[in-house]
Design a protein around this ligand. Structure first.
Ligand code: NAP
Length: 234
């Protein structure tokens, strides 16, 4: 059995990915701010390298070396760029981009040692088109896509694939909060009308793409940005 680490695995998309990989036969450990109380869920702020390393030490002691990493921890931010405080810019970059950096750098020694690994980064469809009032979030998620492509080239020769899944509108606590705060630029129903498959995405839609990308049979899929968005690239 392979050991997978899913960040942000206590909620929404990350939780669905953790459930799916468990169902597919992996040992799954979760890293999250408020991870719940099962033995394989660990509290860590992904933007804090010491917390990430401490959680990974516990995970390796429980489940052995990590061969699959899915970076799903993330947070959104909304602000007019003219008034965006640098501290807020940094907060969003720190979690979405630097958190991805820390988790990848802290887990790849295991994958390099094994000569096999799978990394999937959850970015965002907003990186495709941009999004007003979300410049920091879109900058971070765009950088995650760039990081994905570069690491695919760098780590591919070592048997490690690196891909990204940018979700469209997925029904999670993050999306519902954005709707409640009037940050979505319309209701979820209005967004559904602009989505070719005419429904909001489910966390399980993202989990299915991740399950494929981390599988043995996806070994020739590397450096790809696999949009899961109902056909709406925004
Ligand atoms: P969610 O339900 O809010 O889940 C995100 C999880 O990440 C939460 O458990 C959250 O913990 C955790 N988290 C936040 N900051 C963290 C940190 N510093 N360290 C560790 N864990 C942290 O959101 P989601 O919709 O499932 O989002 C998952 C990923 O998909 C995110 O990267 C998001 O940007 C991306 N995404 C989502 C959508 C969408 O439509 N839902 C669209 C595009 C991209 P707390 O709840 O305790 O803060």
């Amino acid at each position: 059995m392979k050991t997978a680490v899913v960040t942000g695995g206590a909620s929404g998309i990350g939780r669905a990915i953790a459930d799916r990989l468990r169902a597919d036969g992996c040992h799954v450990a979760v890293l999250d701010l408020n991870p719940g109380d099962d033995d394989f869920s660990h509290a860590a702020d992904v933007s804090d390298r010491d917390q990430v390393e401490a959680a990974l030490t516990r995970i390796r002691a429980q489940l052995g070396p990590v061969s699959i990493l899915v970076n799903a921890a993330g947070l959104e931010g909304y602000a007019r760029f003219k008034k965006l405080p640098f501290e807020e810019w940094n907060r969003v970059i720190n979690v979405n981009l630097n958190g991805t950096f820390h988790c990848i750098q802290a887990t790849i020694p295991d994958m390099l040692e094994a000569g096999w690994g799978r990394i999937v980064n959850i970015s965002s469809s907003s990186a495709h088109s941009g999004q007003p009032f979300m410049s920091h979030y879109v900058a971070a998620k765009s950088a995650v896509n760039g990081l994905t492509k570069s690491l695919a080239l760098e780590l591919g020769p070592s048997g490690i694939t690196v891909n990204a899944v940018p979700p469209g509108f997925i029904d999670t606590p993050m999306l519902r909060k954005a709707e409640a705060d009037n940050k979505l630029g319309g209701t979820i129903d209005e967004h559904i009308q602009r989505t070719p498959v005419r429904r909001v995405g489910r966390p399980e839609d993202i989990a299915a793409a991740c399950a494929f990308l981390v599988s043995e049979e996806a070994g020739y899929v590397n450096g790809q940005i696999l949009g899961v968005n109902g056909g709406r690239n925004t």
